[in-house]
Design a protein around this ligand. Structure first.
Ligand SMILES: Cc1ncc(COP(=O)(O)O)c(C=O)c1O
Length: 388
């Protein structure tokens, strides 16, 4: 597998699969095929044939994540999914949502809005970094628990810090404590095994447009059976008090949000075939191995520390390094403009991280290109990258 099978600009060293994924040409062509079918006969496609293909797509996705298709609804992205939950959560003033200080910014903002409107508290429990073990993470997490905690919200793989978190253990314990469990699996599907039967949270959202390689705007929300009846749609449309109910309220309420192009969802069968044909699990392992092999070298260069032990347990196809810079934006721009490297430099709290994604089309040479660019920038001794 090389970059030529992807639409990506070949002049760029692309080390940021994590932000918005990247679509292989083959899957993008499938997407265009669906778009053409839609525009060829918009009425038939949107009202009759499209929904049937959508159901097929959902079945394939359900098989991929060990879930029942009846419990899944397509959404454009995890942000949308979490906003459905923001709109539905019924907490009392003083209640708390327990989370970590490692969550994605858009989600933090969503829960901040919920909490200010409902006089509840979003607890961003501090997790000690570097992680030293699953057990220590779990211990840190539950320090944020109080008798007011009603909900937990946690990422399966974090964004800026790029860490796999022990969500199975956290959800299991949360259930013992009778808490509502929400898992943000934006980085999970196609990246690590996802088994919703086994995890069994109340709500789970995942993005297909990152590591599953579909075009942008295809994600899902999974809702536990006993929570589906009470979930109001974020956007009210024809599925609400439907003239012809399908027998599945989750689908009726959330699936049709007015006229729009749902072709991206229809590429899932193609994308899943693509992943399987290319032995995605073995590829994920080699990408992660490559990162694990290179990480100590980058730590030494940047005079920094890895955020977790370099093991599969914590590291997947992304890894982040805390760096020192007075101007994160300038560093990102410099890497792109002068060295043609696409890589995120992200601020999280009072820390800045450089995050390397290593996907199937990346190789040692890409990491060497980054290493050389960083060496060059460090040698210039500016405050854009400070190494002490
Ligand atoms: C942990 C995490 N959650 C949620 C999201 C949101 O994804 P989207 O912008 O597709 O809604 C991201 C995006 O990178 C993420 O990293």
């Amino acid at each position: 597998m090389n970059i030529n099978q992807f639409i990506l600009n070949k002049q760029i060293t692309f080390l940021n699969h994590g932000s918005f994924g990247a679509c292989p040409t083959e899957i993008f062509q499938d997407y265009q095929k669906w778009q053409l079918a839609l525009e060829t006969d918009p009425v038939q496609f949107i009202t009759k044939t499209g929904p049937k293909f959508l159901a097929d797509s959902k079945k394939r996705l359900a098989g991929f994540i060990n879930a029942n298709p009846d419990d899944l609804v397509f959404v454009p992205n995890p942000t949308h999914a979490v906003n459905i939950l923001r709109d539905n959560l019924k907490l009392n003033p003083g209640d708390e949502i327990l989370s970590t200080n490692l969550e994605y910014g858009a989600m933090d903002r969503t829960w901040d809005v919920y909490c200010s409107e409902h006089k509840t508290k979003y607890i961003r429990q501090e997790i000690s970094l570097p992680l030293i073990s699953k057990e220590k993470f779990i211990e840190d997490f539950w320090k944020g628990y109080s008798e007011k905690t009603k909900v937990i919200f946690i990422s399966e793989i974090t964004s800026t810090t790029a860490l796999k978190l022990p969500v199975y253990e956290i959800v299991k314990e949360a259930k013992k404590r009778n808490l509502i469990t929400i898992v943000d699996g934006a980085h999970s599907v196609g990246h690590i095994p996802v088994d919703l039967e086994k995890l069994d949270p109340d709500y789970y959202t995942g993005a297909c447009h990152k590591w599953m390689l579909t075009p942008k705007g295809s994600s899902f929300l999974w809702v536990k059976k006993n929570k589906q009846k009470d979930l109001s749609p974020l956007i009210v449309s024809w599925g609400y008090n439907a003239e012809y109910p399908s027998g599945n309220q989750l689908h009726d309420y959330h699936q049709f949000n007015g006229t729009r192009d749902f072709s991206a969802y229809l590429t899932l069968p193609k994308a899943i075939d693509f992943l399987i044909d290319h032995q995605y699990e073995a590829k994920a392992k080699s990408c992660s191995d490559l990162l694990i092999k290179n990480a100590p070298k980058f730590c030494e260069l940047l005079k920094t520390e890895c955020l977790a032990p370099l093991r599969d347990e914590f590291i997947g196809m992304i890894v982040s390094f805390p760096i020192q810079t007075k101007n994160p934006l300038k560093l990102k721009e410099l890497l792109f403009d002068q060295y043609a490297i696409e890589i995120p430099v992200m601020v999280h709290g009072d820390q800045v991280y450089l995050r390397i994604s290593c996907f199937w089309y990346n190789n040692q040479n890409d990491l060497d290109v980054l290493y050389a660019a960083l060496t060059d920038i460090i040698e210039q001794k500016t405050d854009v990258l400070i190494v002490t």
